[in-house]
Design a protein around this ligand. Structure first.
Ligand SMILES: NC(=O)C1=CN([C@@H]2O[C@H](COP(=O)(O)OP(=O)(O)OC[C@H]3O[C@@H](n4cnc5c(N)ncnc54)[C@H](O)[C@@H]3O)[C@@H](O)[C@H]2O)C=CC1
Ligand SMILES: O=C(O)C(=O)COP(=O)(O)O
Length: 409
């Protein structure tokens, strides 16, 4: 009978955007050697071609895995976002295709918090404009517009993994921390939750954004919100470029309502380091412009590589989907002495009964069975005797509502 489970060297892993070597090491240690590695993102047509025969794909924030791209990836089994944000992937399209998406929710958070802390100090001192002027031969030795961070108010919008760490670091400088979040959050240190965005904006000397990209956060800082901010205050955005109306920000800076800004993420970012960066903020000396490097440190990238590659290898070896962002989560130990079957199906009543009756009719003994569902899909993992595994797979493939099946020996 045909063997349905793929040998590891046939499993193609496509890694884009220069994910850290640590990811390659993890895959190789787990026995996966068919790795296609790209230092940068791929152009759209190259991406379409490369995903066609990939079983796993690893990306960072730049590569857009749209429904169209995913629909061409016939063999795709799992996606790894080697970063925090997963907004670049059409998560529900991936879910409906039975493809779990994994990310690294913590590994680069400290790096972002540290960068923002440095920017707060630089901007409060008016350093960006003094630095720019000095490069042009100017000399702006003056205390005017220069402040200590001590005693100033930091307003954090989005008090999650990054926002909380930033709050703690800022308190060590003597800043007062207030935050706005749609959820009730445990305030760390002496931070205080404020239940209105406008109130945070009107109270803070520095506002820093740490929300994910969602329909609700799209341009959550526009003309009106900027007008609410205190004259002479500072805006920092290292979250997503869609969160700030960039033209409104440019206007507010030019009118000298805001004293400065630090922006790491943009509504449109260059596709590669060779493309020109276009922005209405270019040329404004009091704005720190960084090329989406909030999480780009050696430490963060190495840890992310280990974390996400580990999750993908575990899913490939064991079927474990713990911490997947779009998929039923099943935690599974390594199996031995049996074969494991994975069955992903549309979440309809009666699928498990159909599977169990089909197996009973064929005399296939189920040694273990796990089921988890989301509103869209169900994920069943079964263990059967290895000599019955191929027959069991054929039975599973015939179940109505099946999205995909896999057999792990
Ligand atoms: N610049 C860079 O290189 C990096 C950027 N990021 C971005 O930072 C974002 C935040 O990261 P984490 O803190 O780890 O995420 P997180 O998920 O731990 O925290 C996000 C917080 O925002 C809150 N939130 C969601 N919608 C909101 C809304 N409409 N208004 C107010 N609060 C809202 C959530 O309740 C949560 O507390 C990521 O989603 C990612 O887009 C993350 C890492 C690196
Ligand atoms: O972790 C995130 O969400 C980031 O924005 C970092 O993205 P990057 O991996 O640097 O392209």
């Amino acid at each position: 009978m045909a063997k349905h489970s793929l040998d590891k060297d046939k499993i193609k892993i496509l890694l884009l955007e220069g994910v850290h070597q640590s990811a390659v090491d993890v895959f190789e240690r787990a026995g996966y050697t068919n790795i296609e590695y790209h230092k940068a993102s791929l152009a759209e047509d190259e991406l379409h071609a490369a995903v066609k025969d990939a079983h796993f794909i690893g990306i960072r924030s730049r590569t857009q895995l749209t429904e169209e791209v995913l629909s061409q990836a016939d063999k795709l089994v799992g996606i790894g976002c080697f970063c925090i944000g997963t907004n670049q992937v059409n998560l529900s399209a991936a879910e409906k295709l039975g493809i779990p998406v994994f990310n690294a929710p913590f590994s680069n958070t400290r790096s972002v918090a540290e960068l923002v802390l440095g920017e707060i100090i630089m901007l409060l001192r008016g350093i960006p404009q003094r630095n720019a002027l000095a490069h042009r031969g100017g000399w702006l030795k003056s205390a005017s517009g220069s402040y200590e961070a001590r005693g100033k108010t930091l307003g954090v919008i989005g008090y999650g993994h990054i926002g909380t760490q930033l709050g703690i670091l800022a308190e060590t400088l003597g800043m007062r921390v207030i935050f706005f979040d749609i959820e009730d959050k445990l305030p760390l240190g002496n931070a205080q939750q404020v239940h209105s965005l406008q109130q945070v904006l009107s109270l803070a000397d520095v506002v820093s954004l740490h929300v994910p990209e969602t329909p609700q956060t799209k341009e959550m800082i526009g003309f009106e919100e900027l007008a609410c901010m205190r004259k002479g205050s500072i805006l920092i955005n290292a979250s997503r470029g869609t969160v700030v109306d960039i033209d409104a920000l440019a206007a507010s800076l030019k009118e000298e309502h805001l004293a400065g800004a630090a922006i790491d993420v943009f509504p449109v970012e260059p596709k590669s380091n060779d493309d020109e960066f276009l922005s209405p903020l270019r040329g404004l000396d009091n704005v720190l412009l960084t090329p989406h490097v909030g999480g780009s440190t050696a430490e963060a990238q190495e840890n992310i590589g280990v974390e996400v590659a580990g999750k993908l290898a575990k899913y490939s070896d064991n079927g474990s989907t713990m911490t997947a962002v779009n998929f039923p989560e099943v935690s599974l130990a390594q199996h031995s002495g049996t074969s494991r079957l994975l069955h992903i199906h549309h979440n309809r009543p009666g699928i498990l009964i159909q599977i169990n009756s089909a197996f009973a009719e064929k005399g296939i003994n189920i040694a273990a069975q796990y089921l988890q569902t989301t509103s869209e899909i169900g994920y069943v993992v079964m263990e059967v005797d290895s000599d019955q595994a191929e027959d069991a797979l054929v039975e599973l493939q015939a179940i109505e509502g099946t999205i995909r099946t896999r057999l792990l020996h």
